[in-house]
Design a protein around this ligand. Structure first.
Ligand SMILES: O=C(O)CCC(=O)C(=O)O
Ligand SMILES: [Fe+2]
Ligand SMILES: [Zn+2]
Length: 690
């Protein structure tokens, strides 16, 4: 489909796989601390990201800086490995003043999508308007905004809320009114500026608060759609189907989209870039119903694996040896999905399990190297593409490896991706290239709380750890679980928040990436996870505040709920800016304009790893400046003496974006197509959805 691929799309994710060196420690998400290097005379600084914790590979493609271990695994996505990584790519854009490259690409893609996919446009929910801030008209807020005022609790503070008055902000206020309200209340004397975007911290649900399920509902049939024509593949009904179910297997897509999956076979990959790096997770070869601890004495939830690195060609040799060995050993019993021989040691009575190597988190983000592989995926319907205007992750403006770029998994039978939800609960797309199958397990988002509780019971951390649920425990806890085989050529769409774990039944490669359907559900679920991550000291790989501002610049939202949710995020972000400026002024801390360079990654506090949008603190007298949030700076120096406050955006620009972000008009949805929304592109002749 004629989609422009000038886009540097790339991303990647990491899975939570395992543990290092066979020990039981789990992966930590990579810190994306940002180091700022002070230049001699000015405070113009270069932000660099360094060091990833062992676990999640948070890496950045771009990397202006020292990025330590590019392939560090994480705990995120690959079971084995960790998942993704935040990254800023060199080609990534900057958010504020320009139009980020990805966002621009998304706009171009949108224009093409409109032309090419009449059906699909029905479900678009945005208008792409790529305008420079300066050119954005100052529209008055529309009277149609039936804005429900937010309660005071929106700005509830962690402590001492009663002593300290808090600004009472509402999202129907103009940006000036929000800042005036901050001025009226004055600088927070206690120095506490709540960073929460939600009135209450989201808490995982307990099983008792969820519906009672029958035995059949605990093992539900897996939603599966077989598409036979291009128009079925590109129909809005397919998107609707997938957005209404936790997980779906789509058959027939590559065929009807005329995709060449041979581009992703081991043979092609070796021919293309034999020396390209692959991360390895060494794991026990075991059936998908078991999870032995390393001593093989007991079955546990935590997954053990050790991480190492190799290249595509070396991994290919390993694959070939493993394949030949199985052929010899199994003879006529051989298949590309070979049975596992569950041997027991007659002397000890303990199971005998070999060690296998899973090639994971292989980054296919580089267009120069993997252009054909990247381009081929543009044949998919737009909502499944790595880059598209209707994909929130295309509005991030930089690469998040494994998320808005492609990641490859190279598997021998029994290679295992431990349980996880995607970073910030984004949706995911996974294509099995074959020749073998992958076995999937999926638990609907609603049940992540009970699952998290089970992890706790089994002494493994839900977010930071690597775990493999025991089906029996799920049944006892009445947690429903989908279980199915993904055959070669089948696409699995993992909807928002669906918890999943995957084990290869045979030799196969999989390619995967994330998507962010522009829906209220996806947005709020991502924000809720963003807030929950803060409570768990787990870094949010998707910087939701930064993303929200970019989305507000680039798209016209026609869903009122999504619009409100985004506006509330920006409202809190403006409130924090107002309060932090007041606080800094009150303490006599200099506020310097820092701006954002073209390739600068999103800033995270180096200490707590929370996103710091717009305002952050550095110590004035150190050569290397380390980004701190206000809370961590105050923990280091209570009165902040010697610290400097840096501001990344021009306040007037932010105010303009905020005030210009208005609800778009939308034709009323029809019964047939409840997700129908309009999509109008300012840069193209108007096209309206029928
Ligand atoms: O194929 C795999 O093992 C990775 C599966 C996964 O977690 C994903 O694609 O989101
Ligand atoms: Fe996943
Ligand atoms: Zn911090």
């Amino acid at each position: 489909m004629g989609v422009n691929t000038e886009i540097p799309s790339r991303e990647r994710r990491n899975l939570p796989l395992s543990e290092e060196n066979g020990s039981a420690k789990r992966f930590k998400p990579s810190p994306s601390p940002v180091l700022v290097t002070k230049e001699e005379s000015s405070l113009k600084i270069r932000i660099s990201r360094y060091g990833t914790a062992p676990g999640r590979s948070q890496q950045t493609a771009a990397t202006s800086t020292k990025s330590p271990d590019k392939h560090a695994a994480g705990s995120g996505r690959n079971g084995s490995p960790g998942r993704a990584t935040a990254s800023s790519s060199p080609s990534g854009g900057r958010g504020v003043t320009g139009s980020p490259r990805l966002a621009r690409a998304a706009a171009i893609a949108a224009a093409n999508e409109i032309k090419k996919e009449e059906n699909a446009q029905d479900i678009k929910m945005c208008e792409v308007r790529v305008s420079n801030i300066s050119s954005i008209k100052n529209e008055k807020s529309e009277s149609s905004q039936e804005t429900k005022p937010t309660s005071n609790s929106d700005v509830k503070s962690e402590t001492a809320a009663d002593q300290q008055p808090r600004p009472n902000v509402r999202f129907d206020m103009t940006s000036s009114e929000i800042l005036e309200e901050c001025d009226r209340v004055g600088p927070p004397k206690d120095g506490i500026i709540p960073t929460s975007l939600l009135p209450d911290t989201p808490m995982p649900k307990r099983r008792a608060n969820l519906p009672k399920l029958s035995a059949a509902q605990l093992l539900p049939a897996t939603p599966c759609v077989h598409v036979k024509t291009q128009s079925e593949a590109f129909s809005p009904q397919l998107l609707e189907w997938c957005l209404q179910r936790p997980i779906t297997v789509i058959r027939g897509l590559p065929q009807v989209c005329d995709m060449d999956l041979s581009l992703y076979t081991t043979k092609s990959l070796v021919e293309t870039h034999p020396n390209h790096p692959v991360e390895i997770r060494s794991q026990l070869e075991q059936s998908s119903d078991e999870n032995w601890d390393p001593s093989l004495k007991e079955q546990v939830w935590y997954c053990t694996s050790s991480r190492s690195h190799t290249t595509i060609s070396k991994y290919a040799e390993y694959l070939s040896t493993s394949y030949k060995e199985a052929k010899e050993r199994l003879g006529s019993e051989f298949s590309v999905n070979p049975k596992l021989d569950l041997k027991t040691d007659p002397e000890t009575g303990l199971p005998i399990r070999r060690t296998i190597k899973f090639g994971t988190n292989c980054d296919l983000s580089d267009e120069k190297k993997w252009g054909r592989q990247i381009e081929e995926l543009m044949k998919l319907p737009c909502w499944l593409r790595v880059v598209s205007a209707g994909n929130m992750l295309s509005h991030v403006g930089h690469q998040i490896l494994g998320m808005n770029t492609i990641q490859l998994y190279m598997k021998v039978p029994r290679s295992r991706t431990p349980g996880h939800q995607e970073n910030n609960n984004f949706a995911a797309v996974n294509v099995n290239i074959g020749p073998g199958d992958s076995e999937w397990f999926g638990v609907p988002d609603e049940y992540w709380g009970p699952l998290q509780e089970l992890c706790e019971k089994n002494k493994v951390d839900y977010l930071h750890g690597s775990w493999w649920p025991k089906m029996e425990d799920l049944r006892e806890a009445e947690i429903p679980c989908y279980r199915f085989m993904q055959r070669p050529g089948e696409v699995v769409f993992v909807n928002t928040g669906c918890v999943h774990w995957v084990q290869a039944a045979g030799w196969c490669n999989n390619v995967a990436w994330n998507t962010g359907p522009l829906t209220f559900r996806q947005y709020t679920t991502a924000i809720e996870r963003y807030e929950w991550n803060k409570t768990q000291k787990y870094q949010s790989i998707v910087a939701m505040v930064f993303l929200t501002w970019n989305m507000a610049r680039n798209i016209r939202v026609t869903d009122e709920n999504l619009y409100e949710a985004m506006k509330k995020t920006m409202m809190h972000s403006l409130r924090m800016t107002g309060q932090m400026r007041l606080f800094a002024q009150d303490r006599g801390i200099p506020i310097r304009f820092h701006g954002r360079g073209p390739n600068e990654p999103v800033n995270y506090c180096m200490i707590c790893e929370e996103e710091v949008f717009n305002i952050f603190f550095i110590k004035g007298n150190e050569k290397k400046h380390v980004v701190h949030c206000l809370r961590c700076a105050r923990l280091a120096t209570k009165d902040l003496s010697g610290w400097i406050c840096l501001e990344e955006y021009d306040l007037e620009e932010l105010k303009t974006v905020y005030d210009n972000f208005t609800l778009g008009n939308c034709p009323s949805p029809t019964g047939d197509n409840p997700l129908q929304l309009s999509m109008v592109n300012n840069n193209q002749p108007t096209t309206s959805a029928e």
